[in-house]
Design a protein around this ligand. Structure first.
Ligand code: UD1
Length: 337
């Protein structure tokens, strides 16, 4: 089964391409390389031992998309391609709405034209905001988005649901990712942040390797056991596997129209300081870090309840935080060689 993977050269996309191959699917990548590197394709190929089909094109380019759909007999689409920097989205909201909403609408239109029915969408736990109770289930009400980026995820979920409800013959799943970290255990693919990373683990590994002077922990006066924020950190390979499960579920659904959302996390909340200590322990090193002020817009704590993903998709995280931080460090060391 050929699956179009938009943003397939990105962090989560590249790991998903590998897992799709290894589960018998035939992924076809489309990526404009605006936030990824073409050498990622070599990494994917070295893991799977085959060449991978990749179209260098933008997901807002209707002509390019139609040509791909015409050429490949696609059984489904996984839509990763999107702009994802929270801060940038506040500065350039129109770019975010145009890019993230436009590509989703266009893909859904073209899927309909070509009779492609299965769609998996990259959503985010950002749609929950700061929930009133933890862990969050899929039934936890979504909250007003704190950024244009977060709003694009919420609106895309609604667009997809509306298309399904319209009886267009679409079967779709939105996966709400918690905090993806780590890298492939081969250390051949991983995260490739451009410029100064804003996410915790890439900044931390760059600090550990000496590319950054030190890591600043944003806030230690939160209402958590050690005062630092709590997140649900999930190994990127586990996350990638959730996409394979989602596609398999969609392929097996015998109704014409189907929409559901799933949390993709470990179910465990970990503080920023716990993560740092685990990183130091598993990699046997001491990290240079300091405590700084809170980062505006951060939520205090969030972690997933993952029972529904296990029950309905048959998916559960298998790797530990230790695995994630070992793999993240091996990847950073390899990058810095
Ligand atoms: C953010 C976005 C989320 C997005 C995700 C992936 C928000 C509210 N959430 O998640 O929508 O899907 O990135 O790109 O913007 N931290 C430090 N020092 C650092 C960096 C981070 O202490 O140098 C802390 C943060 O304050 C936070 C935790 O580490 O408590 C995780 O931060 P980060 O990796 O940026 O992810 P989120 O903010 O959870």
């Amino acid at each position: 089964m050929k699956i179009l993977v938009t943003g397939g050269a990105g962090f989560i996309g590249s790991h998903t391409v590998v897992e799709l191959y290894q589960s018998g699917f035939e992924p076809i990548i489309i990526d404009n390389f605006s936030n990824s590197e073409e050498k990622v394709l070599e990494g994917i190929q070295s893991i799977i031992g085959k060449s991978v089909v990749c179209y260098k094109a933008d997901c807002n380019d209707a002509e390019a998309l139609r040509q791909i759909f015409q050429k490949e007999q696609l059984a489904g689409v996984i839509h990763f391609a999107a702009s994802k920097a929270v801060g940038e989205s506040v500065e350039k909201p129109l770019m975010y709405y145009e890019n993230n909403l436009g590509s989703t609408v266009l893909l859904l239109k073209i899927m309909r034209e070509f009779g492609v029915k299965n769609f998996v969408f990259s959503s985010s736990c950002t749609v929950y905001g700061q929930p009133d109770s933890l862990p969050v289930t899929e039934a936890t009400p979504r909250q007003e988005a704190a950024s244009p980026y977060g709003n694009t995820k919420r609106i895309c979920e609604d667009i997809i649901r509306d298309v399904v409800v319209s009886k267009a013959g679409l079967k779709a799943i939105a996966l709400r990712y918690f905090n993806p970290i780590g890298a492939h255990e081969s250390a051949v693919i991983g995260e490739l942040p451009r410029g100064v990373p804003s996410n915790l683990v890439p900044f931390l590994t760059q600090a550990a390797v000496g590319l950054r002077e030190k890591l600043t922990v944003f806030g230690s006066d939160y209402n958590t056991p050690d005062g630092t924020c709590i997140r649900d950190f999930i190994h990127v390979v586990d996350l990638a596997k959730a996409h394979v499960k989602a596609l398999s579920l969609l392929a097996g659904v015998d109704t014409e129209d189907y929409y559901d959302v799933f949390n993709v996390g470990t179910g465990e909340g970990v503080t920023v300081l716990q993560l740092i200590q685990t990183f130091e322990k598993v990699n046997n090193l001491t990290l240079n870090y300091t405590i700084g002020p809170r980062r505006p817009g951060d939520i205090e704590q969030i972690y997933a309840q993952v029972d529904k993903s296990e029950k309905v998709m048959g998916w559960k995280a298998e790797k530990t935080l230790e695995d994630s931080l070992r793999d993240a460090w091996r990847w950073q060391q390899r990058l810095s060689k």
